[in-house]
Design a protein around this ligand. Structure first.
Ligand SMILES: Nc1nc2c(c(=O)[nH]1)N[C@H]1C(S)=C(S)[C@@H](COP(=O)(O)OP(=O)(O)OC[C@H]3O[C@@H](n4cnc5c(N)ncnc54)[C@H](O)[C@@H]3O)O[C@H]1N2
Ligand code: MOO
Length: 423
């Protein structure tokens, strides 16, 4: 540990009053009021994929380290070639990748060179072997009109030693690992994983694999939220389904707050009656109920228990998953040191007609389908926030601005592919 974790800014940091808040305002507020809470560790490259880079990655070497051949062929001095007719030169050496020549290229000669081989001093052009004739007697005939610098990669043309090749706050993808290795970095400073604890409550909620009683339903939300948090690189603890008992819930949340950065649950955030979770969080810290101008996902609960953030997502299955992607994801990224970013939307023609009350911003479940006229967005048959099948079918969400009344077929809509937010 080289960095002291920072707690959420202040107690009561989620107090916003009872107003209806736009999603972007809520996200700005979370960004402003939360800080990275995780320490920094140095990990070998092999374990760095999916982690968040804690300091800029600065290249230890240039790439390529020297002028190199981009093709198998012959390295020459361009001055020895002719613009108007073929030239025959003696071949005086051989350069394989990793085996540079220990001398300069003599004027009026060529060397055999292979892709990645270091250009001998003086050589500035490579002619690929397919364009060369072996004239016999250790000589080759080279074509006319080859431009200078052909098939040569300049030293540091990819990146120069000392330049930043990876910026802090980036969640490392596999190509980043290749880049770091190529830049000579064997270890990277990364933020420790955000420790997320997930639990469910609710008399009707039942563990998959056990019989379903009358009126019961399986705990889709907890499993969905855990899988989503796994996908973001969090260290997830499954607190299970907490018994509907005030002291048990309070004890479990108190203990979980000791060694987690974030507690997430779903359900019980709407206007319904008594709820032990809200009592427990309120008693142990602060809790605020947000009303978002968002569909699905109007209600959400934000709180703190000491240094740990509490996030209560709405209970409806689609609402739980969509609000995880829209709100819990940025929270996890912020706590974990990720740079802020807005997932990209893509304008696509609607392959549907849609009418709405239009007071809240909506995220409709759909996918992209190829038609004879090009790709269009289709909507799932039901936009009811209890239809979890919609999340299985969806490739993305259609981001419909608040105030929209109608969407006509062919009209451009903003499509947010789920792939943009699942990691
Ligand atoms: N009078 C009002 N009723 C409702 C409002 C409102 O503003 N006024 N808002 C609606 C909206 S929008 C949503 S979203 C839900 C949110 O309700 P809660 O977060 O309080 O959730 P619950 O009532 O506990 O449960 C709702 C629904 O979700 C199911 N559920 C709960 N946990 C799970 C789980 N772990 N896995 C799967 N399904 C779960 C639960 O059985 C309920 O069917 O409130 C509306 N009502
Ligand atoms: O917000 Mo509820 O999440 O509309 O179903």
């Amino acid at each position: 540990m080289t960095q002291t974790p920072t707690p959420p800014d202040a107690p009561d940091c989620f107090a916003v009053g009872d107003r209806l808040m736009a999603l972007d305002e809520a996200l700005d507020l979370l960004q402003a009021r939360l800080r990275p809470v995780v320490a920094v560790e140095r990990v070998p490259l092999r374990g760095a994929g999916g982690r968040v880079l804690a300091a800029d990655g600065v290249a230890a070497v240039s790439h390529p380290g020297a002028d190199t051949a981009a093709m198998d062929g012959y390295a020459v001095r361009h001055a020895d070639l002719s613009a108007t007719g073929p030239v025959t030169l003696p071949v005086t050496g051989r350069v394989a990748a990793g085996h540079p020549l220990d001398r300069a290229l003599d004027p009026g000669t060529a060397v055999r060179i292979f892709t990645g081989g270091v250009m001998p001093e003086g050589a500035d052009t490579v002619i690929m072997q397919e364009d060369v004739t072996d004239t016999g007697g250790g000589r080759v005939t080279l074509p006319a009109g080859v431009p200078a610098g052909r098939h040569m990669r300049g030293a540091a043309s990819d990146f120069r030693a000392g330049t930043t090749v990876l910026t802090a706050g980036r969640r490392l993808r596999p190509p980043d690992i290749a880049l770091a290795a190529s830049a000579g970095l064997s270890h990277l400073p990364v933020f420790e994983r955000v420790r997320v604890s997930v639990f469910s409550t609710g008399d009707e909620v039942v563990e998959p694999g056990t019989p379903l009683p009358p009126g019961g339903l399986y705990d889709g939300n907890r499993y969905g939220v855990m899988a989503l948090a796994d996908g973001l690189g969090a260290a997830v603890t499954d607190l299970g389904r907490l018994p509907d008992d005030r002291d048990a819930i309070r004890g479990a949340l108190d203990a979980a707050a000791d060694d987690h950065d974030l507690l997430i649950t779903s359900g019980g955030v709407s206007v319904g009656g008594e709820d032990h979770v809200r009592d427990a969080v309120s008693a142990l810290g602060d809790l605020h109920f947000w009303r978002l101008a968002l569909k699905p996902g109007k209600p959400a609960a934000l709180g703190t228990i000491r240094d740990t953030v509490f996030l209560g997502l709405p209970g409806n299955p689609v609402s739980a998953l969509v609000t995880f992607l829209l709100i819990a994801r940025p929270v996890i990224r912020r706590l974990g040191g990720c740079a802020a970013s807005r997932p990209r939307r893509y304008p696509l023609p609607a392959g549907f007609a849609f009418e709405t009350g239009g007071t809240r911003r909506e995220f409709l479940r759909g996918w992209v389908e190829d038609t004879a006229d090009g790709p269009v967005v289709r909507l799932y048959r039901s936009q009811d926030s209890a239809m979890i099948s919609a999340m299985g079918a969806a490739g993305g969400l259609v981001d419909v601005p608040a105030g929209t009344r109608r969407i006509e077929p062919g009209q451009s809509v903003d499509y947010l592919p789920l792939n943009e937010v699942l990691a």
